[in-house]
Design a protein. Structure first.
Length: 503
């Protein structure tokens, strides 16, 4: 979850702020924490899932990337549904779906059932998360809103940092056989409490204020405010989901047959074609006066395209680090789940700490702060690679702690500042859509990164286990370098435009 900005809201007629707003915020943050925790907590349980269900490397990748994929695909449509039908209703629906899916994950008897339940769990997370930022926009104003969003940012950072440790503790206390199931089942009492308290504390009728119609661009008819809120673009969702899935299938499924291709390569070509059709569909959908899933006009705004590319590519790189290291430390070096969780915590902890600092520095340094952060991440990952390549045995994870901390500090200078900068030049009436599209790109980047980095990791783990982590980490580092190049290009273009304007 990021910090998407939506249209200025309206709430139930009231002479002042809702007295329940801080209690409502508590419920929102707890539910958001639960969905984000399930991104990082699962990584440490993957070896136990592999043993318990006889899961293949492909199954393990789908357990992580499938959740991110469905999470991302429903973000924008569910945000619009929240505008149209009420934030509380969609929030409760999302929590219920997430809770039921968590129970199904815990009861899964095969890896296929677990993957299916994780896909459903991602849908639940995608349903409720847009409502959290929307409710903050609706219930808080001025300094209180800034404070509420600050608490949301802290929740995001803490959930990422706590996940590996919490997973390790549960597995250590309950054992590998049953512990991984409790990682999912533990969500049930939290979800139940969130539903009960949401019905009590969150106002029933919280919608987004009608946005002013935009002028038509390029002959397009501007959608009416009512249609803008309710237009879900199901064809666009299906095309984007099918295209990304087809691109990922050959990569992920290569691990199911011992490295042989179980899905032909032409499926990826079909995926690329579907994404091309998706772009054409979005253009035509907008031309008919409808509201597309992805407002392609956003990418013509200054800084938005480069910021979205940085976000998507960076998420594809850094999320693979947790996936690879938690599995490697347990399977190759014999770490317990708890020790593996502790070993990767420096990255998450450093990121959480620096995110708070980066939020205050971004207005002063702008895109240069993001670029500097990406440089620090690359330096930290290269140093981690050197440790993995030169240190043998159980001490590897502890020697890697310092470079991982450095990489995490750099990451905190990237994620939140990049979101702030990317959305800063978006008109208010389009900010909600822009934030949703940015989040969708991050989740799809996560799914793609797990597929790519995970495929490289498992291929080497099978043939050259000693090099598996280092080689796959280089792939993740390469993706971060691509994000760095995109950020550098944006800085260069901005300076060039300023120089031309001054001439």
């Amino acid at each position: 979850m990021t910090h998407p900005v939506s249209a200025q809201p309206r709430t139930e007629p009231d002479d002042g702020p809702d007295p329940r707003r801080w209690k409502a915020l508590t419920v929102c943050l707890v539910a958001g924490f639960m969905t984000l925790l399930d991104v990082s907590i699962v990584n440490v349980a993957l070896p136990s899932i592999e043993k318990g269900l006889g899961a293949s490397p492909s199954d393990l990748q789908w357990v992580v990337s499938g959740y991110a994929l469905t999470f991302g695909l429903v973000l924008v449509p569910s945000g619009r549904l929240g505008d149209a039908t009420g934030r509380r209703r969609m929030f409760v629906a999302g929590v219920v779906v997430f809770g039921v899916a968590s129970l199904l994950c815990g009861l899964a008897t095969t890896s296929s059932l677990l993957v299916a339940a994780r896909l459903l769990q991602g849908i639940g997370g995608g349903l409720l998360n847009p409502q959290v930022s929307g409710l903050i926009q609706a219930l808080f104003h001025g300094r209180e809103r800034a404070k509420a969003f600050g608490l949301l940012g802290a929740t995001i950072g803490i959930s990422t940092a706590v996940g590996p440790i919490a997973g390790g503790v549960i597995l250590s206390l309950l054992g590998a056989d049953a512990g991984w199931r409790w990682i999912f089942v533990v969500n049930l009492p939290v979800a139940f409490a969130a539903v009960v308290l949401a019905l009590r504390w969150i106002p029933a009728h919280v919608h987004a204020e009608d946005e002013s119609s935009e002028p038509a661009r390029g002959g397009d008819r501007a959608p009416t405010p009512a249609r803008r809120r309710t237009d879900l673009d199901p064809v666009g969702v299906a095309l984007l989901g099918a295209g990304v899935l087809a691109l990922l299938l050959p990569l992920v499924e290569s691990g199911r047959g011992g490295g042989s291709a179980t899905v032909p390569g032409w499926v990826a070509a079909v995926g690329a074609g579907l994404l091309g059709v998706f772009v054409l569909w979005e253009h035509r959908y907008a031309a008919r006066g409808r509201t597309p899933l992805v407002d392609l006009g956003l990418f013509s705004l200054p800084g938005y395209a480069s910021g979205a590319v940085v976000a998507t590519v960076y998420f594809s790189g850094f999320t693979g680090i947790f996936f690879v290291l938690t599995v490697y430390l347990q399977q190759a070096l014999g770490y317990s789940p708890l020790l593996a969780g502790l070993a990767v915590t420096p990255f998450a902890g450093g990121s959480a700490v620096m995110s708070a600092v980066g939020g205050r520095l971004v207005t002063r340094f702008g895109r240069s702060l993001v670029t500097a952060g990406l440089v620090v991440v690359v330096v930290g990952l290269v140093a981690t690679d050197l440790v993995l390549s030169s240190v043998d045995g159980p001490a590897t994870g502890w020697y890697a702690a310092v470079p991982l901390l450095v990489a995490g500090l750099g990451s905190g200078m990237v994620i939140s500042p990049n979101i702030t900068l990317t959305l800063s030049e978006v008109p208010v009436r389009r900010a909600g859509t822009a934030g949703g599209v940015l989040q969708t790109g991050q989740r799809i980047g996560t799914a793609a990164g797990i597929a790519l980095v995970g495929t490289v990791f498992f291929a080497h783990l099978r043939d050259q286990p000693g090099d598996a982590a280092a080689v796959s980490l280089r792939v993740a580092t390469g993706l971060v370098v691509l994000a760095l190049l995109a950020s550098l290009a944006d800085v260069w273009l901005r300076r060039r435009h300023r120089a031309e304007a001054a001439a």
